[in-house]
Design a protein around this ligand. Structure first.
Ligand code: ACO
Length: 216
């Protein structure tokens, strides 16, 4: 078993893993029924994942050559965030829009770029582990390696948008700083006036965590 950077030859195997796990099981994807079945995929989420993979900052966990987990990491500037918000508001897929507008709006509101005076943020966007390999600390290792990667690449700020109670627990166990929290019950769908996301327990809100690297 080992953990290494994701090179282009692994993109398809990583995407296949994500279609079967994260796409199907991440709490907000579940709430809006983003995908029809495990493995069925979602073209727009796949585009976000491929774009993120191409930043060259992502990490995979392999067991006998099989992808059993991954951390998809990307770099985002304030300008890129503003552009992503513009594109998301124009998005016609309501399910996809509801998830990404919530994530982007909260990030714009807390504006970590100004708070920490940074141009680019290293973002851990997706943490995913194969159900048969869960509870063994693989996500924790992927997060630790991602923090290490951010530091080595010279980023000043590492950030995770944690939508799941389990990823939140992992962030706390790594002593990341809680920057922001919203309860899903308080995030209303503008069309219905009701909560946009009603996930199954133990998931109850979005938490944004960070790690600031001090100058060495
Ligand atoms: N219920 C409660 N606690 C759990 C569960 C569970 N089902 N699974 C793991 N944990 C706990 C572990 O006990 C451990 O806690 P501890 O350190 O206090 O002992 C902690 O969570 C970390 O466990 P890991 O073994 O490192 O996590 P794992 O490798 O099982 O992967 C993950 C966790 C990635 C969240 C996995 O459950 C998954 O792929 N879920 C579906 C996709 C998803 O929701 N991803 C996160 C969305 S947020 C984001 O991507 C940034």
């Amino acid at each position: 078993d080992f953990v290494c950077p994701i090179e282009a030859d692994l993109y398809e195997a990583v995407m296949e893993h994500l279609r079967l796990t994260f796409f199907w099981e991440e709490p907000l994807n579940v709430c809006v029924s983003l995908c029809e079945a495990p493995g069925s995929g979602h073209p727009k989420l796949e585009a976000v994942c491929l774009d993120t993979l191409q930043d060259g900052l992502s990490i995979v966990a392999l067991s006998d050559g099989k992808v059993v987990g991954c951390a998809l990491n990307g770099s985002q500037s304030r300008q890129q965030l503003d552009e992503a918000i513009k594109q998301t508001y124009a998005e016609t897929d309501k399910k996809f829009r509801s998830i990404f507008s919530m994530l982007y709006d909260n990030n714009r509101d807390i504006d970590l770029y100004t708070k920490y005076d940074v141009h680019d943020i290293f973002e851990c966007r997706i943490l995913s582990v194969d159900p048969d390999y869960r509870g063994k600390g693989i996500a924790r290792i992927l997060l630790d390696q991602s923090i290490q990667e951010a530091r080595l690449r010279g980023f000043k700020l590492f950030k995770v948008d944690a939508t799941s109670a389990i990823s939140q627990r992992i962030c706390r166990s790594r002593s990341l700083t809680l920057e922001h929290e919203i309860l899903y019950a308080d995030h209303l769908d503008p069309d219905t006036g009701k909560p946009a996301f009603v996930p199954p327990p133990p998931h109850y809100g979005l938490q944004i965590y960070s790690r600031l690297f001090e100058k060495e």
